[in-house]
Design a protein around this ligand. Structure first.
Ligand SMILES: Nc1ncnc2c1ncn2[C@@H]1O[C@H](COP(=O)(O)OP(=O)(O)OP(=O)(O)O)[C@@H](O)[C@H]1O
Ligand SMILES: [Mg+2]
Length: 334
């Protein structure tokens, strides 16, 4: 397989504020192939923006591996990372207008980063036209910011982010402030750019329908990749379906294993089976069974838990008294 454009292994980011440390990425693993269009979802605070900022060279990772298009983001000097940020990545933010200059029109806004990079002349204008065309905004090219809708402004921001020909486009909640119909125009713009320029695009989103608009979706939980949703396309079964180009996609959520085999059990499963601390795992034919450890086996739990149980017993917790009674009886019989 070709070399991935993004490779993160055991990626860690710790923010320090005075004496408090926040573990924003806790051993995240991510491989992205060149030309992928992928979504990243996860609860608030799970580390999505931190990942975007690390990949964009805005935030330095604390440990692990982050290789992007041959650059080792843990090793680049300050000057190298500034250059990386200017040349390799484009950013789109929730407020599209953040990247735009209000008194310039759409075309001038797209030309601006090229001018700043020292590229002038007719080719600049030509490329700005092409980019506005790809985001379907040719007809608005002479409009200033205040003369465009939120969705149009966001599409200008996408064209601006691409003006310097980056390899990767990073979008952090680009549809966060848009209604669902307008959001569709943004997804269409990403799909066109992905298809026509072969651009690698990562989109952070809270939109539950994101899986329909991208090739795969990674879910981050507590700073780690937890699961991935992939699209399965059912083959057309009848001639009529083939003729009508009928697709019946369905989406399957798969759990992610890291390079040493760790995986996360979703909270609802842990709660349903009362799993904490330890669990039993058994290989049965071609699958694994994970079970909770029954209370009688409490003596198999770590000593701290046993101490906790003994403390609860002293406080008169009837259920714990029963468990401990059973354990002691079992031990005596053994
Ligand atoms: N600059 C910072 N300094 C300190 N802590 C930070 C900083 N940025 C983020 N954090 C913390 O890191 C964790 C991950 O934050 P992050 O912004 O990556 O989450 P997120 O998934 O983007 O959330 P949201 O969906 O709300 O945007 C959170 O606990 C957050 O408080
Ligand atoms: Mg965020």
């Amino acid at each position: 397989m070709a070399e991935p454009i993004i490779l993160c292994e055991n990626l860690v980011k710790i923010y320090k504020i005075q004496d408090v440390e926040v573990l924003a990425l806790q051993g995240l693993e991510l491989t992205v192939q060149r030309g992928e269009l992928m979504g990243i979802v996860g609860a608030s605070g799970s580390g999505k923006s931190t990942l975007m900022n690390v990949l964009g060279g805005l935030v330095r990772p604390s440990a692990g591996t982050a290789l992007v298009d041959g650059h080792d983001l843990l090793k680049l000097s300050d000057a190298q990372i500034n250059r990386y940020r200017r040349e390799k990545v484009g950013f789109v933010w929730q407020q599209g207008a953040r990247n735009l200059i209000p008194y310039l029109n759409a075309l001038e806004n797209v030309e601006m980063p090229m001018t700043l990079a020292g590229v002038h002349g007719r080719r600049t204008r030509q490329y700005a036209h092409e980019l506005l065309e790809m985001v379907q905004l040719s007809h608005r090219r002479h409009h200033k910011l205040g003369q465009m809708s939120g969705g149009e402004q966001q599409r200008v921001a996408i064209a601006v982010a691409l003006a310097n020909n980056p390899k990767i486009l990073l979008a952090d909640e680009p549809t966060g402030e848009l209604d669902s119909t307008t959001a569709l125009t943004i997804y269409e713009a990403f799909q066109t750019l992905n298809r026509e320029l072969g651009l690698t695009i990562l989109i952070v989103s809270h939109d539950p329908t994101i899986a329909r608009h991208v090739q795969r979706v990674m879910q981050i939980r507590d700073g780690k990749a937890a699961s991935e949703t992939v699209r399965r396309r059912r083959r057309p079964e009848t001639a009529a379906e083939t003729a009508s180009d009928h697709h019946d996609d369905h989406f399957e959520e798969l759990v992610v294993l890291d390079s040493v085999g760790r995986l996360q059990l979703p909270k609802q499963y842990r709660e349903a089976l009362n799993l904490h601390g330890r669990a039993r795992m058994e290989l049965v034919d071609d699958h694994l069974v994970i079970r909770s450890v029954p209370p009688e086996d409490l003596h198999q739990l770590p000593p701290e838990l046993l101490h906790q149980a003994e403390a609860a017993e002293e406080k008169g917790d009837g259920r714990v008294q029963q468990w401990l009674h059973k354990i002691r009886r079992k031990k005596v019989i053994e």
